[in-house]
Design a protein around this ligand. Structure first.
Ligand SMILES: Cc1cc2nc3c(=O)[nH]c(=O)nc-3n(C[C@H](O)[C@H](O)[C@H](O)COP(=O)(O)O)c2cc1C
Length: 187
């Protein structure tokens, strides 16, 4: 049931990944679900740069080199940037693509990209893999990663890490009750 999938979806971090590769058939299902999010004026504003295979270790070098240049960088964080891509099956760079006419306000496009990411997140979870969205890191310019094509009208919105993991039972985290998040106006 869809509600069960929605409720049991969690952020699964690279520290929990077992390092295997998500089979191509499943991976293309994940990417296919990204295409079916709602979007205003049919702009389809999501663009993804998929880092996988041997590019993952280049990406780990790229991120850790950029982070090592940060003043007062922390060793444990540097280690994270070195290790996380290597534990992942793929790292998808999430981009917002603005159409030439800027047909709709930017917030609507960010909302549409977020829904596209949620589609991937739910599909990944439903297929039994783990993933999470990590916010953009201000020290790293993704357009400098060798081989990537980033257009002028594309804006980086973060990293989507995916990997295999040993499914453990996650306790449901706290969420605010319906009475807090919804006001009913009935008369
Ligand atoms: C837009 C966005 C950005 C996020 N960025 C980060 C991040 O940089 N680091 C992190 O640990 N989690 C990040 N998360 C994941 C949240 O921490 C996570 O969704 C939240 O703790 C709720 O847990 P759940 O996804 O298991 O329900 C992000 C989530 C979203 C939607």
């Amino acid at each position: 049931m869809l509600q069960e999938i929605i409720r049991s979806r969690r952020s699964v971090f690279p520290a929990n990944y077992t390092g295997e590769t998500i089979p191509e058939k499943d991976f293309s299902r994940i990417l296919d679900s990204a295409r079916w999010a709602p979007n205003h004026r049919k702009t389809e504003p999501w663009r993804y740069k998929v880092i996988t295979g041997t590019a993952l270790s280049r990406f780990a070098d790229f991120m850790s080199t950029a982070y090592s240049k940060v003043e007062g960088h922390k060793k444990f964080k540097l280690k994270k940037f070195q290790e996380n891509p290597l534990k992942s099956s793929a790292v998808i760079l999430i981009f917002l693509h603005r159409d030439e006419k800027e047909s709709v306000p930017e917030w609507e496009e960010i909302a549409a990209v977020s829904m596209s990411v949620q589609n991937m997140w739910l599909t990944t979870h439903d297929l039994g893999y783990g993933c999470y969205w990590s916010s953009p890191k201000p020290f790293a310019d993704m357009s400098k990663f060798e081989g990537i094509k980033v257009e002028k009208n594309e804006k980086f919105l973060g990293f989507f890490y995916l990997g295999t993991y040993d499914k453990e039972i996650h306790e449901l985290p706290e969420r605010k009750p319906i009475e807090t998040i919804a006001q009913f106006i009935t008369e």
